[in-house]
Design a binder for this molecule. Structure first.
Ligand code: BTN
Length: 316
């Protein structure tokens, strides 16, 4: 029995003139709310709110679009206009959703979590991947808190269910001198996508969704709340200097395996032995070196030469 309500309808006013959703009891002006629920439930397909306890950063302002080019673009505009850390942009549909390395992100309308989060982190530019780490970890924890699914993370930014890509994270930063002015962390998570019947059907061997793995649809709003709640805790820890490497590595695919890594400048082979605290991949090469890799795509070596799993449309 599907749990998901019909995709919501939002009038053009919302599209042309997005408003932050209200916060729950107490409001947001001038005083800290006593914990709040996300009041976009009626728009996001669910007729309920749940108090979220002591959220102090994320979800206090949520902008919702039925359709937009990319939530990254909207979030960037908001960040440039001074929107505070924790502001979230959600969309039901993107006409120009993007992934890492210039790839396109495709998602059937009303099926997924498409969100961008504004961070103003006390990090140096080379530490920006810590935000990807903390976000992917929060998504993994949220899914495992709510479902029987096990979640792995494929370096550098993929959410895997049963070895297939169910989501990805795109972190874009704006810097000034040697600091991050703001970061926009974009999350695309296939929640209720029937991959085999979607525009992603050609990727069915490599892409999946929560509903495909669970066998039933899952309420996006509940999942969104849990992700935000996990992120709230993890981000506070990150700001206190916590090192998420061990937790992240425990989920990391393909730790300890022979891989080929295609970076923007070279192709390297070796064994993935871990990540450093900024999330760069540590690769032990056949020449006995340990290389630190900041960007690229990893493929298990036995897969290279067979069908390439990476697809420029929606990389699994
Ligand atoms: C990747 O796997 O390459 C990252 C994909 C990130 C997609 C999300 S969907 C919400 C946000 N808006 C975008 O245009 N991209 C991110």
């Amino acid at each position: 029995m599907p749990l998901l309500a019909t995709p919501p309808r939002v009038g053009p006013k919302t599209l042309a003139n997005p408003q932050p959703t209200g916060v729950g009891k107490g409001g947001s002006r001038g005083r800290k709310p006593p914990g709040f629920g996300i009041c976009l439930c009626h728009r996001f397909g669910y007729n309920q709110t749940k108090p979220m306890g002591e959220l102090t950063v994320f979800g206090r302002r949520i902008y919702y679009f039925r359709t937009t080019t990319s939530t990254q673009d909207e979030a960037r505009r908001l960040a440039e206009g001074g929107a505070p850390e924790g502001t979230i942009v959600l969309a039901e549909e993107q006409t120009a959703g993007r992934g890492r390395l210039g790839r396109t992100w495709i998602s059937p309308p009303g099926s997924s979590i498409l969100m961008s989060i504004i961070f103003r982190p006390p990090l140096l530019p080379h530490q920006a991947h810590r935000l990807t780490m903390v976000t992917s970890l929060s998504i993994a924890e949220a899914i495992e808190n709510l479902t029987p699914l096990k979640v792995a993370i494929k370096w550098p930014n993929d959410i895997l269910l049963a070895g297939k890509k169910a989501g990805g994270i795109l972190t874009e930063i704006q810097t000034s001198a040697d600091r991050i002015l703001y970061a926009i962390v974009g999350v695309g998570l296939n929640v209720n996508v029937k991959i085999s019947e979607s525009p992603l059907s050609t990727l069915a061997p490599y892409a999946t969704s929560l509903s495909d793995e669970l066998g039933y649809e899952f309420p996006r709003f509940i999942l969104l709340q849990e992700i935000i709640s996990c992120l709230e805790g993890n981000y506070q820890e990150l700001k206190k200097g916590a090192d998420f490497r061990a937790k992240w590595q425990a989920r990391l695919h393909p730790l300890g395996r022979e891989v080929t890594v295609i970076t923007p400048t070279e192709t390297i082979e070796g064994v993935a032995i871990g990540v450093n605290e900024d999330g760069a991949l540590l690769l032990a090469t056949h020449e006995g070196e340990v290389k630190t890799i900041w960007a690229g795509d990893v493929t298990l070596k036995k897969e290279v030469g067979h069908e390439q799993k990476d697809n420029p449309r929606h990389r699994p």
